[in-house]
Design a protein around this ligand. Structure first.
Ligand code: NAD
Length: 420
């Protein structure tokens, strides 16, 4: 997954194309070309051996036109300002696609989280929170989990913010543990949303999900959960991978067993999982398997101009943010492969984050059935809104999604007006 590709510039290019198709003038959307606010912080952490290490952290607030900034927090060695800017912009468009009243933001720290102890991660998170304190808040900017962050990290964030704020402030982050203001259904929401999107696109292209062969890149919150839900729908998940490589089984993997294995201990990897009839393949081989559905759910730039000509899936469901480069996207389109874009496919997480935030603000708790029903309604509606837009404009689903979102953002922006 090369870093030479600039995902932020790529999103801006798609936005220009979407604007042209909508007949917008530059002045209508020029403010979306750069984030409203970019914060870079130095985060000093006392390590377990007594030394001090300083990590670079970021928070980018892309657009607050439709509501408070909203977006995850990533801990990864490749995090930099360009990546965070791209992810923040994608959040603005994602929230507009599913029509929830949020803008877009994103944060991250350049750190290999696997090399830190739990105590070091906690100190890192708490210090990062104090540095972000002036610019986040329940009605300002609401972080959430992303790569290598989870409900525990969100609990530390919320606790630190609450101490500084002088009162328990549950609504400052989403993706918290359920006993601490988290929402039922949140940890599975992105994966559930991917399954719902799979169901809708399968109906459109005439693919029966029962027995459909699926390969999933990434076995974390998004990939692992998507694999479980697709398996429950009757799909045969023949391959799944993580940073250590992929496992493959011709007649389908035992996804629940793999999930339990990986979740049993922090840092567990697929290279240590074994089962009868299982073979090991590389992440590159996984992408090129003869399957019906491919779900890239790890990091950006997984599908490139190099491997796109070899992809054999009929449908690519983008579980990760930005997994397909622009060149690869063109190649897949020429080859008749349907790509369902990230800002639609993986929006289930932010939708249930919105539900969590609503529950926190009102001090209520919704039943899981109600949450799943509302999630399904939102995802299915968004899917059809995107499909119809793409069909009317005679364009790809990605362009349809960006057109739909851009139209909603620009409409809101015009109604607000530019006052200064
Ligand atoms: P995670 O940290 O839970 O899991 C990431 C997975 O990707 C792990 O299995 C990891 O080993 C694997 N991975 C990392 N580098 C890899 C590589 N080079 N090759 C193959 N696998 C690799 O993260 P997550 O929350 O599942 O996020 C995955 C993607 O989904 C990211 O793009 C994220 O921005 C996006 N996303 C996450 C959410 C959410 O709710 N967590 C919501 C929407 C989108």
């Amino acid at each position: 997954m090369s870093k030479s590709y600039n995902p932020h510039e790529e999103i801006l290019r798609i936005v220009d194309q979407a604007a042209a198709l909508l007949g917008l003038e530059k002045r209508d959307y020029i403010q979306l070309k750069s984030p409203e606010r970019e914060l870079k912080v130095s985060v000093p952490v006392r390590m377990d051996d007594g030394s001090i290490q300083v990590f670079e952290g970021y928070r980018v607030q892309h657009s607050g036109v439709r509501g408070p900034y909203k977006g995850g927090t990533r801990y990864h060695q490749n995090v930099d300002m360009d990546e965070v800017k791209a992810l923040a912009a994608a959040m603005t468009f994602k929230c507009a696609v599913v029509d929830i009243p949020y803008g877009g933001g994103k944060g991250g720290i350049t750190v290999d989280a696997t090399k830190l102890s739990k105590a070091e991660l906690e100190r890192l998170t708490r210090k990062y929170t104090t540095l972000l304190y002036p610019i986040v808040g329940p009605h300002i900017d609401i972080p959430a989990p992303d790569v290598n962050t989870n409900d525990e990290v969100m609990a530390w964030f919320m606790d630190t913010y609450s101490i500084l704020n002088g009162q328990l402030t549950l609504a400052v982050v989403t993706g918290k543990p359920v006993p601490l203001g988290g929402s039922l259904g949140r940890s599975e929401a992105t994966g559930r949303g991917i399954m719902l999107t799979a169901r809708e696109i399968a109906r459109k292209v005439g693919l029966d999900l029962k027995g459909a062969r699926v390969a999933v890149q990434g076995a974390g919150n998004v990939g692992g959960t998507a694999a479980r839900f697709l398996h429950r729908e009757g799909c045969q998940v023949v391959a799944i991978s993580d940073v250590s490589g992929a496992v493959y089984k011709e007649d389908g993997l035992d996804i629940e067993e793999i999930w339990s294995f990986l979740r049993a201990e922090r840092g567990r990897l697929l290279k240590d999982y074994d089962a009868p009839g299982l073979s090991r393949i590389s992440n590159t081989e996984l992408l090129q398997l003869q399957v019906d559905i491919l779900v890239p759910a790890a990091l950006e730039n997984a599908i490139t101009a190099e491997n796109a000509p070899h992809i054999k899936a009929q449908i690519v469901l983008e579980g990760a943010n930005g997994p397909t480069t622009a060149d690869a996207d063109n190649i897949l389109a020429e080859r008749g492969i349907t790509v369902v874009p990230d800002i639609l496919t993986n929006a289930g997480g932010v939708v249930v984050s919105y539900f969590e935030w609503l529950q926190n603000l009102q001090s209520v708790k919704w039943e899981e059935d109600e949450i799943n029903r509302k999630l399904e309604y939102t995802m299915v509606k968004a899917f059809h809104d995107v499909w119809n837009m793409a069909e009317q404009a005679g364009t790809s689903l990605r362009m349809g999604a960006y057109m739909l979102a851009l139209d909603r953002i620009v409409t809101a922006s015009k109604l607000r007006g530019v006052t200064f």
